[in-house]
Design a protein around this ligand. Structure first.
Ligand SMILES: [Zn+2]
Length: 95
């Protein structure tokens, strides 16, 4: 059953695709940052380990400025985020 083994391997090699909220381009999930709205903290968090629960959105690190300009984070997360808080979070990433 070599064929079955290979098809299993193939499915692991296919990178999940996500849409960047900044440039609206699709890209490999691993190349995008996941941002999550934390209701408990009332803040947007960067999901470094890709494990945080809650509604998330994806963003290229290089698209942080565009996303901020377009207020794309709040729209994508469907919450009234504080733009300054989002800016702080994204600034930490881009330094
Ligand atoms: Zn992008």
């Amino acid at each position: 059953m070599v064929g079955a083994a290979w098809s299993g391997l193939d499915s692991q090699l296919v990178e999940p695709q996500r849409t960047c909220i900044g440039c609206r381009q699709r890209g490999d999930k691993s190349g995008l940052l996941r941002l999550v709205w934390s209701a408990a903290e009332g803040a947007v968090l960067v999901d470094v380990a890709a494990r945080l629960p809650g509604r998330g959105c994806y963003l290229h690190p290089s698209c942080a400025a565009v996303a901020l300009q377009r207020r794309a984070v709040g729209r994508a997360l469907k919450v009234g985020v504080d733009p300054e808080q989002v800016a702080l979070v994204l600034a930490e990433l881009t330094v």
